[in-house]
Design a protein. Structure first.
Length: 305
């Protein structure tokens, strides 16, 4: 039952919402699983209790909260479609809340790991790795998004004031202070950049590319290069990415008692709640330190005392 409606629904989200084949396949599998669980008789409509029982079944079977939320999303969209097409008279999924999901803590590198990564790039003397060295320095010094980093124009940097101007999400501009060490690395790189590649090819990008369609170094290329660098540095490449550098910037600032609102502005977060996730990291670290280092950590009371 409802097999034809599922096909119509999937055709609708493909045509009207531009859903990918992967999304369509996932929706189809989730809806088939739901309807198979319900075992609706001919003429019987989907009811709220069917959905609630299905969610309970998924929890009993130890499905991950993320998977349960995805399946519920598919059911909600399907019920909305059935209601809009007058196939059902009420929407049974309308008031069912999505289970809360715990957000995983952001991954970050330690100071030592960051230094190993920077040192490995700096040890290479060719232009390609000097560029990566500067990009890592800038990202760790400013917390830029990788899309912002690769698309930096030359005019973004104010060496006199030690600031970088970034146009982020929503075309909002923000000014970020840059450590002197990172600015020094940029100036050394610029001399190499102009001499090696762009004596005859002028570019307004800080990290230009002669081959990329947009004219600047791509985020994919940067991602691949720092993975290679991680391996050479003896670091786990799965733990190293551009976003991890951004997380490390925020985490290390808060480790040194930086103001949360200031970190929010530098990261370009719309909401302070997004930035607060980093306080969980520092709190967890503090709890671990207390548990391991406090004088009472290994205290064994003497029964005679």
């Amino acid at each position: 039952m409802l097999g034809a409606e599922i096909e119509n629904f999937l055709a609708m989200i493909a045509a009207e919402k531009g859903a990918s084949q992967r999304t369509i396949s996932a929706y189809n599998a989730d809806l088939e699983q739901f309807l198979q669980f319900c075992q609706l008789s001919v003429g019987e409509q989907i009811a709220k209790q069917h959905i609630e029982q299905f969610l309970q079944h998924l929890q009993t079977c130890a499905y991950a909260p993320k998977s349960i939320a995805r399946k519920l999303s598919a059911i909600k969209e399907f019920c909305k479609f059935l209601y809009s097409e007058h196939i059902i008279t009420t929407n049974p999924a309308q008031n069912i809340l999505t289970p809360k999901q715990e957000k995983p803590l952001p991954k970050f590198l330690t100071y030592h790991e960051i230094n190993r990564l920077i040192a490995a790039a700096h040890s290479k003397k060719d232009y390609r790795w000097q560029r990566i060295y500067v990009m890592i320095q800038l990202m760790y010094a400013t917390g830029l998004r990788v899309s912002e980093l690769v698309a930096l124009p030359l005019s973004a940097l104010n060496f006199n004031k030690g600031l970088i101007s970034v146009v982020g999400k929503g075309s909002k501009e923000r000014l970020i202070p840059v450590a002197a060490q990172a600015l020094d690395a940029v100036q050394e790189y610029l001399a190499c950049r102009n001499e090696v590649l762009f004596a005859k090819h002028k570019s307004n990008w800080l990290f230009p590319s002669l081959h990329a369609q947009d004219g600047h170094f791509t985020r994919d290329a940067f991602y691949k290069d720092i993975k290679k660098l991680a391996i050479e540095s003896g670091l786990n490449p799965h733990l190293v990415s551009p976003h991890v550098l951004r997380h490390s910037f925020a985490t290390h600032l808060l480790d040194h008692q930086a103001d949360l609102r200031a970190v929010q502005k530098m990261l370009g977060h719309e909401s302070i709640a997004t930035t607060e996730i980093y306080t969980h990291i520092t709190t967890s670290k503090l709890q671990k330190t207390v548990c391991e280092k406090h004088p009472l950590a290994n205290y064994q009371p003497n029964a005679e005392d």
